[in-house]
Design a protein around this ligand. Sequence first.
Ligand code: ATP
Length: 924
Amino acid sequence: MPSPRLPVLSIAHPLILLPTARLTIPISRTLADAVLALLDDSDAAQPVLAAVPIPAPEDPEFHHPVTSGTAARVVRLVRPRAGQPYLLSLHGLTRIRLVDPVHPSTAPTPDALPDHAIQYSNGEGGTPRPQTVEAFKDAALRMLDRLATDSVQPQRKDDWMKVAAMVEDISDERAAWMADVLVAAVSGHYPDKLAFLAATDVEDRLHRATELFIKQTSISEVSKKIASAVDESLSRQQKEYFLRQQLAAIQRELHSLHNPPSSNNPNPNNANLGFGTGGGSELDEDEQADADDLADLRKRIEAMEAGSEERKVGVREWRRLKRIPQGSVENGVIRTYLEWLTSVPWPSTSATTGTGLDVLKDPSFLGKARAQLDADHYGLDQIKRRLIEYLAVVRLRAMADASSPASASASTSLPTPPQTPTQGRIEGSDKSRKEDKALVHAPPAPTLAPKKSSKGVKGPILLFVGPPGTGKTSLGQSIAKALNRPFQRISLGGVRDEAEIRGHRRTYVASGPGMIVQALRKAGRNDPVILLDEIDKVGHSNFHGDPGAALLEVLDPEQNHSFNDHYINVPIDLSQVLFICTSNTLETISAPLLDRCEVVELSGYTYDEKMHIARRFLLPKQIQANGLSDSQLQLTDGSLLHIATLYTREAGVRSLERAIGAVVRFKAVEWAEHLDVLASPDAPKEEKDKDWRGVVEEDELEAILGVPRWDGEEREREERRGVVYGLVVTGMGEGGIMPVESAAVPGAGRLKLTGSLGDVIKESGEIALSWVKTHAFELGITAGRGIDPLKVPDPVDIHLHLPAGAQKKDGPSAGIAMTCAFVSLLSGACVPKDIAMTGEITLRGRVTPVGGIRMKVLGAHRAQIRKVILPWANRKDVEHDVAPEVRREMQFVFVRTVNEALEAAFGKGTLGWRRETVLLESRL
Ligand SMILES: Nc1ncnc2c1ncn2[C@@H]1O[C@H](COP(=O)(O)OP(=O)(O)OP(=O)(O)O)[C@@H](O)[C@H]1O
């Protein structure tokens, strides 16, 4: 029987049409005409042709004759748009073999459809063996699973899963068909697909499909792995590149910060390269300095006590420093940390520790300390006595500590720490490894330092309280001098953040240690005198932590032997440090802090004391500071007193010192001009003959210092109805007088209080008015009992005002001053202007004691008050605390009742007392 014939269509590389598959290819106009002719000639609606794949010339298959192809139905022929190729869609039906093989080089052109004899050859071999089918299914399922996993679109994933389900269920007979479907659907190598098309035997076909699937799956897996590896390495590279760029930018910025481009360098880019003109370069100098710094750092770590916590941390950080490339940010951070760590005076590295003890052991220590205090300060006898007591205690304790067996053994033979090498990995060269080991194994440095077991100086913490300029800081300095220790002052005013005291943790950018560590570093010894200035102004607990709590840890002798600074993060022994606190007032200091301190009050100086201080200390200091000598400038006593009374009015001597400084500077200019005139040959003779007048008199002061600030205050003070002077202490701890003004204004019997008054002072005002109303008849203010002096004869309001309205005022001590003001207002009698008073009153007319007597009396003395009315219970304060010269110059009246206060204020017989009733009341 003759073989059937089919028109043959050449399918060019890399396309291939497998049975069951569909393929759409672009074809030329000529071929389209041939297909149309075929359509016309054919009886069937969709004519069949043989699609034969023709390999490309570079393909090895190109040299072999082509025999295989696929019988395909022409499904569609379309021409999308004019000028574009026709599209021919074919549907693969079954395998065919060309009876006469064609050679690819002589294959029919794609433009023609020559007829060829063919054989149908799809199902040779019958049913495949079950193992073959099993292997095929396995490979197919693995491949489908990978395809589903790799699919990004969910729909696609679903499709692959469905196909997988079909593969699982397929029968052995249909396995070959399934192989066609799958091989057509997945991508594969052209030669593999060609071979698959040529496999007419089903067994062979399934083998080839299995191989193709396995190959595809492993290609997909490998490429996936490669992709993710490439991805990872790329992102690491990108990250590294990005960080390096940032680092370079930061270094450039830092460099330009430290070396601003010089104006004479025309090229700013080269401005900082700093190449020297000679052989040596400045760059080399930098490198040398850097190496020296590192060597120094290393030495300081080595000097730390072996086995100590600080040394362990130092060694650990040193190793990290060496691992991290120079110039990196982290390197800088570690280096800064190590610089701080090694500059803290640790017991072992603080070379001068023994000196403190030697000074204390000196038998003449207390005598020398007394002499030092006297040399630096005038007066303050009680305070000096207290300080000597304190120093005596410090000395005794230190000596007892030094002679105790534990401490003695500590200072002579230190226990050798266990010398196990640190387990950490040591990187770097052999040499550096040896060096590191040397760091860890260094023999214990011989030291006199007391061990951490030392009890340290556990005396009470001194707290100097007093107004500004009364010598609190300079007393602290004198103590440090007496003890021969460095002095450091830490100002705590306005400290809100705990980290300012304790440091920031190293995780913070730009972190650093706190004030205590900074002070220790500056002091360079572990036993300095540290003055904590203005502890009353430390902020309270807030979201930045509690600075007060941090201070407590610093000051508490039970805790401060292992103070933890967050930055250093190694316990620091503060037990050898002598802390002294200062404060202007006790009111705002937290109770626990106050509890740890022993309060030493400095109330301020009398004019007499100020004169002495000015003459002995302030004036010589200013004369020296301004380059003059004692013979060139003198201030008379009168002028000094004039400055103290009319230009300054303060408890301390700071403004006095400033004013004296201004006078000295003025005279220094005059002296310099005088010298110029003498030296100048052109100066007129009369100028040269003028004598230098180095004495400053009272009447010259106005020309130098301007109009006196306080002149006329006494004169302006007037004796007026309703005005009385009370005594106050300001928030700075300074005493003074304050007018209590009252006025009657039309109204309805109410009391109005102004001047930023607190609740307590307002209540005092109401008590005072109630007392006056109750006793209005006895005081002769009203004509009969039960009459309200604010309603009869005219209804009035009383307005009471305390000037300096911007300052808050509170407390009960203005009670008698307010009462006197109301009595004066309602009775018309006046209180003399040189009388001032203080005292709390009760509703029944008792006068109870108040605080701050010393400051108040001194303030009154400065304000030239002659008579002070005080509560009876405050007598002892005046006797103990007020200087004798002040007591001599002022009259003190101590009162138990309001009646006595009124009598002392207005004078006997001034008020129209109805005597009988007063007597009656006092008997009651
Ligand atoms: N009794 C004194 N004898 C000699 N000089 C004194 C005396 N009191 C104070 N001074 C001098 O007054 C100046 C101010 O004193 P200091 O700075 O100690 O005041 P302070 O009480 O610490 O003030 P603040 O509360 O404002 O810190 C210093 O130059 C100090 O030497």
